[in-house]
Design a binder for this molecule. Structure first.
Ligand SMILES: NC(=O)C1=CN([C@@H]2O[C@H](COP(=O)(O)OP(=O)(O)OC[C@H]3O[C@@H](n4cnc5c(N)ncnc54)[C@H](O)[C@@H]3O)[C@@H](O)[C@H]2O)C=CC1
Ligand SMILES: C[C@H](CCCC(C)(C)O)[C@H]1CC[C@H]2[C@@H]3[C@H](O)CC4=CC(=O)CC[C@]4(C)[C@H]3CC[C@]12C
Length: 466
């Protein structure tokens, strides 16, 4: 899921790249078992860039047409997107219409997992929507080459190659940051990694982030949790249009949901802890449902599988099973908004969980994917009568057995296993307005926008059907 697509790059608008001579190494972070991590950044050029950006923004306002969805939501698109609510959305000291200036830029953000599917969107969203940002630290085990293009703007973008399981690396990255958005995680429900590794990254990694905040005096921590911490549970109870207060028996066996649940608990329990300097830590956790959008690896896998099968995909899940989905841009936007609002609304938001939601329709996992893959030339062939659930479960169990038998020789990790089949086959959808009530969240991207953007990304993929 961590693979990046080159096609994601040109979906976003960015300032023109600067000569590479501008990119000067600024520091180093030690990493275990790997070459010394490079920390790159860029100082200076800020004022000039602020003026240029303001000029460019006005040009864009005048020039932007309606039909082109070239970058993040531009001003013209915002006419269709709901206005952003919330008192602190632009942050204290920065009023709408006020020119971007170096004085207003004073916050340091750290995004762990900033080169992942969601992380990249959070990073780009912060650069677009957090005018108080002075430095953005992007921390990841694998740094994306796309980061280079971000280093030419007014915000200092510092890429840190590091491992969340290494407490000293995390502490070095957190030191001096005002806000940490912790998205890094091992998203594995296919048996690629061992349960130990999943716990190490998701639980120990999160512990390290919390301890680093406490030791270095960072006060605001936003954690990317998951709907999986709630369900579907092992009994496959449906969760139909539930909210944060809906009772549900959250019992899991699989290491991924178990690790996310433990990590979420740690984050919430850490709310109110005293950090270095005497102030208290304010934490909160966001629970996205299944995320989709530009860069989604599983969507890419399904698309290529469909192309290999002559433009067909075969239905394995009844259309009546609803699966919650949310557009990655809206998930990123919610993270940014929470980070911006945590200080002002610490008493209300601290220690809280919020489902990530938007206007994406409730559908089965496969029918939802067809919203994007259909316009790209694939069709879903109904096979429910041919392949009953018991047969799928048998195949899934066989896959699990094969995975275990072959493990000493090779990694066999197909999409179908008993866990993924159960998740895909159990209704789990959320319907809530808690995020709107607590911090004024409204989806930045309408369903139409989310769909158009995702389709355009699929179409731009290599090997696309004509
Ligand atoms: N993809 C989805 O549908 C959902 C994802 N989530 C959560 O969102 C977060 C991001 O997930 P995705 O972007 O989908 O996954 P991803 O795999 O694309 O991104 C995770 C990033 O974390 C980095 N990472 C992994 N281990 C690391 C380590 N030891 N140290 C530093 N960085 C490390 C990876 O290199 C990767 O860039 C995760 O915490 C996941 O649990 C939650 C709900 C749904
Ligand atoms: C891979 C599954 C679909 C294939 C089913 C098959 C083989 C029968 O066709 C995916 C169905 C549901 C997905 C999960 C869900 O969206 C919730 C998730 C939340 C997360 O935090 C991480 C990812 C995931 C577990 C996601 C993973 C893929 C599915 C199981």
């Amino acid at each position: 899921m961590g693979m990046r697509s080159p096609h994601l790059l040109h979906l976003y608008s960015h300032p023109a790249p600067s000569p590479s001579s501008l990119l000067e190494p600024e520091g180093r972070v030690a990493t275990r078992g790997r070459p010394v991590a490079r920390v790159w950044g860029m100082q200076g050029w800020r004022l000039g860039w602020c003026l240029f950006l303001e000029w460019a923004r006005r040009e864009e306002e005048q020039a932007e047409g309606d039909g082109v969805l070239a970058g993040w939501p531009g001003r013209a698109r915002e006419k269709t997107a709901p206005p952003v609510v919330g008192l602190g959305t632009l942050g204290p000291g920065l009023q709408p219409g006020m020119a971007d200036s170096a004085e207003t830029r004073k916050l340091v953000y750290l995004v762990t997992g900033g080169c992942g599917f969601l992380g990249e969107h959070v990073v780009r969203m912060l650069l677009q929507r957090e005018p108080r940002l002075s430095e953005l630290r992007v921390f990841d085990l694998h740094l994306g080459a796309w980061l280079e293009e971000l280093k030419t703007g007014p915000v200092q973008v510092t890429a840190i190659q590091g491992d969340v399981t290494q407490a000293h690396e995390v502490a070095a990255a957190v030191a001096g940051a005002h806000v940490v958005i912790h998205t890094a995680g091992l998203v594995d429900v296919f048996g690629r990694a061992s349960p130990e590794t999943i716990y190490e990254v998701n639980v120990q990694g999160t512990k390290n982030v919390i301890e680093a905040c406490v030791q270095t005096g960072t006060r605001f921590l936003v954690y990317t949790s998951s709907m999986e911490v709630v369900g579907p549970n092992i009994k496959r109870h449906p969760f139909y249009r539930g909210n944060e207060d809906t009772p549900y028996e959250a019992i899991h066996r699989h290491p991924y949901p178990c690790s996310k649940a433990q990590a979420e608990r740690l984050v919430l329990e850490a709310n109110g802890r005293e950090v270095h300097g005497g102030l208290s830590l304010v934490t909160c956790a966001l629970r996205p449902t299944g995320i989709y959008g530009e860069g989604h690896q599983i969507m890419r896998d399904f698309y290529h599988q469909g192309l290999r099968l002559g433009g067909r995909l075969f239905r394995a899940i009844p259309a009546s099973v609803e699966h919650g989905r949310v557009y990655v841009g809206n998930v990123a936007w919610m993270h940014v908004l929470v980070a911006q609002e945590l200080e002002q609304r610490a008493a209300l938001m601290g220690g809280q969980v919020y489902y990530c939601y938007d206007e994406s329709p409730y559908k089965s996992y496969e029918d939802f994917n067809m919203e994007f893959l259909g316009p790209c030339g694939l069709r879903l062939v109904d096979t429910r009568l041919l392949v009953p659930y018991w047969l799928l479960m048998l195949l899934a169990t066989l896959n699990a057995l094969l995975q275990w038998l072959l493990r000493p020789l090779l990694l066999y990790a197909p999409l179908l296993n008993p866990y993924t089949l159960a998740v895909a086959n159990t209704t789990f959808t959320v319907s809530t307005n808690k995020a709107q009530r607590h911090f004024g969240y409204k989806p930045l991207f309408s369903w139409e926008d989310s769909r158009t953007r995702t389709i355009r990304w699929v179409k731009a993929m290599e090997g696309s059907a004509p």
